[in-house]
Design a protein around this ligand. Structure first.
Ligand code: ZN
Length: 313
């Protein structure tokens, strides 16, 4: 090896080393700091306990940086007070969507915990948002955009040969008109599979028959509404003339036969905050948030009962 070669190799080595160091610093700046310059970092002990598992004992003893503790306090404040608009209506907070947020950022941490704030900051960094750990309007809008993108996004009518008339025993209202029991075939089959999986989960405490089917008196997970004709949708709209856009759209995904309203507790389809707050805390709703996608169902975030069959997502 000549002296000249050694010289060039040394120069290349130094330049490469510099480039690596530069990117390491840039990375730290992007992911390690809030725009204000406040550093959000994970302590060694915390990252160890978080990577071991979702073990509650480990997480509760984790040491979080002061920034995550402050972010947690801010989340506790904003979860019921953040002002935002949806469907022409002023909304207060985002606590109703906590289960969906937990699922999206993949954490079991409760809303007011530093662990939750940390998971939010990681998700924000990946989503090109400031990794503050706080769910502000911008972050909430980013969540909503993702949830809405998972939906059917159409309201075209399904051809009658693809519709199946489900047995009345599957419905919440056992006196429902026989004309209103239709559902798109594949959607119904996926719903039945989902029902069987839920029945096998003892944590839901569903009332079952001896053969493991949902007992007739069990109301949870029953179908409230599936396929709707335009005429029926218009009737519903007339019944609730003051319902906002968020409640009853002129063009409904129910036209496709792929949307089903499922009983998750409370008043079956009331968008009142108090009702939705109750619904999102039921074990059945929480189970759907975690499991429905395995059967091809995705939620409409605003209506805890409304699920759409979107296979292949
Ligand atoms: Zn619906």
């Amino acid at each position: 090896m000549t002296r000249k070669n050694i010289f060039y190799q040394t120069v290349v080595g130094v330049v490469l080393g510099g480039v690596v160091l530069y990117f390491a610093i840039v990375e730290l700046n992007v992911y390690g700091q809030k725009p204000s310059g406040e550093k959000i970092s994970v302590h060694q002990s915390e990252s160890q306990s978080l990577t071991t598992s979702d073990n509650t004992e480990n997480n509760s003893t984790a040491v979080y940086s002061a920034a995550f503790v402050r972010a947690a306090a801010e989340n506790t404040r904003l979860k019921d007070s953040l002002r935002w608009d949806f469907g022409g209506k002023l909304q207060s907070g985002w606590s109703i969507y906590s289960a969906l947020i937990n699922q999206t950022v993949k954490t079991a941490g409760s809303v007011g915990s530093p662990e939750f704030a940390r998971a939010i900051s990681v998700w924000q960094a990946r989503s090109q948002l400031s990794p503050t750990g706080v769910i502000d309007r911008e972050t909430l809008e980013a969540f909503i955009k993702i949830w809405q993108s998972q939906r059917l996004n159409r309201s075209t009518f399904t051809s009658p040969d693809k519709l199946y008339s489900a047995p009345i025993s599957d419905f919440y209202d056992l006196t429902r008109n026989a004309e209103l029991l239709k559902c798109e075939r594949r959607t119904y089959a996926a719903y039945r599979q989902m029902l069987q999986a839920a029945a096998k989960d003892p944590s839901l405490s569903l009332k079952l028959t001896k053969t493991g089917e949902l007992a007739s008196e069990e109301k949870f997970l029953r179908i409230i509404s599936a396929f709707r004709s335009r005429e029926y949708q218009d009737q519903l709209r007339k019944k609730e003339p003051n319902a906002g856009r968020a409640q009853l759209a002129k063009h409904s995904p129910h036209f496709t036969g792929h949307a089903i309203d499922i009983y998750v507790g409370g008043d079956p389809v009331s968008t009142k905050d108090a009702n939705r707050t109750l619904q999102v805390q039921t074990p059945v709703y929480k189970w759907l948030v975690k499991n429905a996608h395995r059967f091809g169902f995705y939620p409409y975030f605003y209506e805890p009962w409304h699920w759409e069959f979107v296979p292949g997502k």
